[in-house]
Design a protein around this ligand. Structure first.
Ligand code: 13P
Length: 253
């Protein structure tokens, strides 16, 4: 049985004081929840203030990016060990915004995934097609390629060592989420790819959906069997709406 996982990706938002307030609000509303796993991903500059608020709750800390080297002359980069040192247990890797805006490739994603797992962080590997790719019938081909290249040679300690997030690019920040049917079709496909790549444990790895998730659509989105949680952007920036998503996710399945 895969436990539901709800992740709030704050993206490049929140000064330290705002991050502190948001973390406080979330901790007060759902900090003792254990029926789902809860994770928040603030920007690097707020990791420490958020950790100070959530370290004694059930909420986990996640970074939004990582570099693959352990230490050295890599100006501006942050290693997996530094993230662990800052209190992180999780890290988002290969978000479509990084792929599109910063030119992150599957090769880079693979290195980040492998380095994170080696250090003991759990990477949340993001995959997903653009609208153009979907409309030209290439969704499965794109997702399979991102998974196969992003996971090439990666070794897991267990099925809990990694999480996959399916985030169709056309659904991110647009208010147009995938339908449960559209998402489930891809989630099932992802599970089959994982089962092949990791020889028989694809069924145990959590696969999240991301893209315009709100308290209003969370119940629908989580209704299919292969959607194990959500990666929430905009609706995670208010404690009340994120907490509502968490509570509603606990009522289903
Ligand atoms: P929105 O929920 O704002 O669409 O963002 C989704 C996302 O990119 C989460 O990583």
């Amino acid at each position: 049985m895969r436990k539901r996982l709800i992740v709030g990706n704050w993206k490049m938002n929140m000064l330290r004081k705002e991050a502190y307030e948001l973390a406080r609000g979330i901790a007060e509303l759902v900090g003792d929840v254990s029926y789902v796993d809860i994770v928040v991903a603030p920007p690097y500059t707020s990791l420490d203030v958020v950790y100070g608020v959530i370290s004694n709750t059930n909420i986990g800390l996640c970074a939004q990016n990582v570099f693959w080297e352990e230490a050295g002359a890599f100006t501006g980069e942050i290693s997996p060990y530094m993230l662990i040192d800052a209190g992180c247990k999780w890290v988002i890797v290969g978000h479509s915004e990084r792929r599109a805006v910063l030119g992150e490739t599957d090769e880079m994603v693979k290195r980040k995934v492998a380095a994170s797992i080696k250090a003991g962080l759990i990477p949340i590997l993001c995959v997903g097609e653009t609208l153009e790719q979907r409309e030209s019938g290439k969704t499965m081909e794109v997702v399979r390629g991102q998974l196969e290249r992003g996971l090439d040679g990666v070794e897991l300690f267990s099925s809990d060592s990694i999480v996959i997030a399916y985030e169709p690019v056309w659904a991110i920040g647009t208010g147009r989420s995938a339908t449960p049917y559209e998402a489930e079709e891809v989630h099932l496909f992802i599970r089959n790819v994982l089962d092949r790549v990791f020889e028989g444990i694809g069924d145990k790895i959590r696969v999240l959906y991301g893209g315009s998730v709100t308290p209003e659509n969370i119940e629908d989105i989580l209704s299919p069997p292969n959607i194990d949680g959500v990666l929430v952007g905009g609706a995670s920036l208010k404690a009340e709406s994120f907490a509502r998503i968490v509570r509603l996710a606990g009522r289903i399945g």
